[in-house]
Design a protein around this ligand. Structure first.
Ligand SMILES: Cc1cc2nc3c(=O)[nH]c(=O)nc-3n(C[C@H](O)[C@H](O)[C@H](O)COP(=O)(O)OP(=O)(O)OC[C@H]3O[C@@H](n4cnc5c(N)ncnc54)[C@H](O)[C@@H]3O)c2cc1C
Length: 397
């Protein structure tokens, strides 16, 4: 496939996961990207960790970045599920890469900058104007504006781009779950040998992996209603939060409390939202990508990988399909079903983590091995998805 020199300029809003990956792909087809990031400066320590799936690392391989990311992370060879008594319920042998979020976004951003992409910090988008199909204007809270041929909103789940171009689009939905995450050190917890252990606790779900350097990456999910106010959640001190989690997991096997107790630093916490379906992902010369278009809860570990898939597919559409609005429409057609199915599957998976009583636990322990086996097939279909850069895009007319 010949890569074209189109001379077009793309405004990219947000330098998280999707933004830099998209910028690097757009460059390949001769489009000049400029990334506008709302934060005043990079926050490479922020955000704890995530699991990157093979469909995501494959997109990075197309950019020649797979090894850089794998070097930063730790392999998770399989997920082992157990009940609160540490009885093994099943296994998902789908490998992933466990990586600190800040290191992932730093590596992506620096790779983009090394390849000549301009990233401007302190540019918080306030509004988008799309006067016609080949002009987009971004307005920022410092009073400046930027003009381009088109604009892509990579500004995450609470996207300002989305509110600007699709004012009547639904807001993200609170899924009823609060997620916590942190790092701990504890010599009495054995090395995980690449296994992430997941516990269906009595009043919460707990997962951890101890990496060879001795650090324990852990997360916890529990149901919480009504929807917590973000500021109120942040106002809870780490000590209080730790005490609450210890209380929730007091009836679970000892490693859970051991790990929570031996956490020195901050314990991150996030109310979990998703965005099941938007009526459209684009308007005229502006389009949404990643969480801005289809945020998913983290229970199948796909949000970042889907954002990367979006970046490569959207660029192929801009490369192969007529004008910009037609390319955006092709992109939406190619992506919508896959991502909405995954958002739905992730919500379902999260719902299985609901608290249990003695009876529901017995039933769950009996049926879960069967569901886990079926889940492995579903996971495999999601994770084995590949986007071939060289294959031309073809869409239904
Ligand atoms: C607790 C938790 C755990 C997760 N675990 C996993 C996991 O294990 N695996 C996985 O694949 N995914 C996981 N995810 C999901 C994953 O983090 C997201 O799907 C992914 O980051 C989406 O990438 P994005 O580029 O669309 O958005 P983001 O990475 O959120 O990036 C958005 C960027 O836009 C910037 N921005 C926002 N508003 C503006 C504005 N107005 N102007 C300019 N810039 C702006 C932000 O500062 C940010 O840099 C998890 C999410 C959460 C909350």
């Amino acid at each position: 496939m010949t890569e074209t020199q189109s001379g077009r300029k793309a405004l990219i809003v947000g330098c998280g996961v999707a933004g830099p990956v998209l910028a690097m792909f757009l460059q390949r087809v001769g489009i000049t990207p400029v990334i506008y990031e709302g934060r005043p400066e990079p926050r490479d320590e922020a955000g704890f960790f995530l699991n990157l799936a093979a469909n995501g690392t494959d997109v990075l391989a197309t950019l020649g970045l797979e090894d850089d990311i794998l070097e930063l992370g730790h392999r998770t060879d399989s997920l082992v599920f157990q009940n609160h008594d540490e009885k093994r319920l099943g296994e998902n042998p789908t490998p992933t890469t466990l990586v600190k979020r800040g290191l992932l976004t730093k590596t992506l951003r620096e790779a983009a900058i090394d390849r000549g992409v301009t990233v401007e910090f302190g540019k918080r988008l306030t509004d988008v104007e799309t006067p016609n199909d080949d002009v987009a204007i971004a307005y920022f809270d410092d009073g400046t504006e930027a003009h381009g041929d088109f604009l892509i909103g990579c500004d995450g789940i609470h996207s300002r781009t989305r509110r600007s171009i699709l004012p009547s689009a639904p807001d993200p939905e609170y899924t009823g779950i609060v997620d916590s995450g942190a790092f701990a050190r504890n010599d009495s917890i054995p090395d995980s040998d690449g296994v992430m252990r997941m516990t269906f606790g009595v009043d919460g779900f707990f997962g951890y992996q101890k990496v060879p350097a001795g650090e324990i990456y852990w997360f916890e999910n529990h149901e919480r209603s009504p929807e917590p106010d973000r500021a109120a959640l942040d106002a809870i001190s780490t000590d209080e939060w730790r005490a609450e989690l210890l209380e929730r997991h007091r009836d679970d096997h000892d490693s859970v409390a051991e790990i929570i107790r031996s956490t020195d630093g901050e314990i991150g916490r996030w109310p979990i939202y998703d965005l099941p379906s938007l009526p459209a992902w684009h308007r005229k010369s502006a389009c949404l990508v990643g969480d801005a278009a289809h945020a998913t809860s983290p229970h199948v570990g796909q949000g970042a990988s889907l954002a990367m898939e979006d970046a490569i597919v959207l660029t192929k559409c801009l490369r192969d399909v007529g004008d910009v609005p037609a390319a955006f429409e092709a992109f939406e057609q190619l992506r919508k079903k896959r991502v909405e199915d995954i958002v739905e599957m992730s919500r379902r998976t999260g719902n299985q983590k609901a608290p249990s009583n003695a009876v529901t636990r017995k039933v769950r322990d009996l049926v879960l091995p069967f569901f886990l086996k079926r889940g492995v097939e579903e996971f495999d279909q999601i994770y084995s998805y590949r986007v071939d850069w060289d294959e031309p895009v073809s869409v239904r007319s």
